[in-house]
Ligand binder design. Structure first.
Ligand SMILES: Nc1ncnc2c1ncn2[C@@H]1O[C@H](COP(=O)(O)OP(=O)(O)OP(=O)(O)O)[C@@H](O)[C@H]1O
Length: 222
């Protein structure tokens, strides 16, 4: 069963139709890159899949057995932000009634901290972490509930190349263990380097295919 099935989706803000008759699927283990220019509706699609926008027409069917993790575009955090990296990640633990973490929950947090290479700095204030470290903390927080789909919305924008690769290499490790990924980007190089499939959105049409087909498309565009 696919993770997400989008059927003839049409989304509008009032009279302004942003997505028109879009259909595609995300299958288990896919690294789907969604590319398109500013304003074509990429974030609107993400918000629709997350359930924040009701489609005007069509449907989005998500596998009921999975949860979705979400990593937004990098945004800075004030230096005075009071939580440590560990605390910030632990905000996403599925909590019992207690305000403190139980042993199993602490283990879950530790596991995701080490999987995202944050163990050495986990007890530092999040506000003092570098841009790449902060973005890894967002990733760790999104991964904590063990989602079946991870959505990255421009999550590498404003990171330098080394940090982009570090973040996406980590994501790929999870994808190779079965996580499905939907990565929204403007960056064709990253799309081709990490994606397995693509969805290209333009003002008037949508194309989907394998990542090799995206490379062909790019050659055609040049
Ligand atoms: N809440 C909203 N109310 C009304 N219009 C909106 C709203 N959010 C987005 N739009 C409009 O919908 C269109 C698509 O926006 P969206 O943010 O989905 O595009 P995008 O492809 O993610 O763009 P970008 O790459 O710049 O982030 C734009 O014209 C935008 O102005």
């Amino acid at each position: 069963m696919s993770i997400v099935t989008v059927n003839a989706l049409t989304v509008a803000y009032g009279n302004h139709q942003v997505i028109h008759d879009l259909s595609f699927k995300i299958n288990p283990g896919d690294f789907l890159v969604v590319i398109g220019e500013n304003g074509v509706g990429k974030t609107t699609l993400v918000r629709s899949i997350l359930g924040f926008i009701k489609p005007q027409k069509g449907e989005i069917i998500t596998n009921p057995q999975i949860t979705i993790g979400y990593v937004p575009q990098f945004r800075n955090i004030d230096r005075e932000y009071p939580l440590s990296i560990r605390d910030f990640i632990a905000l996403n633990v599925s909590h019992s009634f207690f305000p403190w973490l139980k042993k199993g929950e602490r283990q879950q947090v530790n596991q995701v901290i080490s999987a995202t290479n944050l163990q050495k700095i986990a007890d530092r204030p999040l506000g003092l972490a570098s841009g790449g470290e902060k973005q890894r903390a967002y990733l760790a927080q999104a991964l904590l509930p063990n989602p079946g789909l991870l959505i990255l919305d421009e999550s590498t924008a404003s990171l330098d190349n080394e940090m982009k690769f570090e973040l996406l290499n980590l994501v790929t490790r999870f994808q190779q263990q079965g996580l499905s990924v939907m990565f929204v980007t403007h960056d064709w190089e990253l799309a081709q380097r990490y994606g397995t499939r693509f969805l290209q959105m333009t003002g008037d049409r949508y194309l989907t295919g394998t990542i090799n087909e995206l490379s062909q498309l790019k050659k055609g565009v040049k």
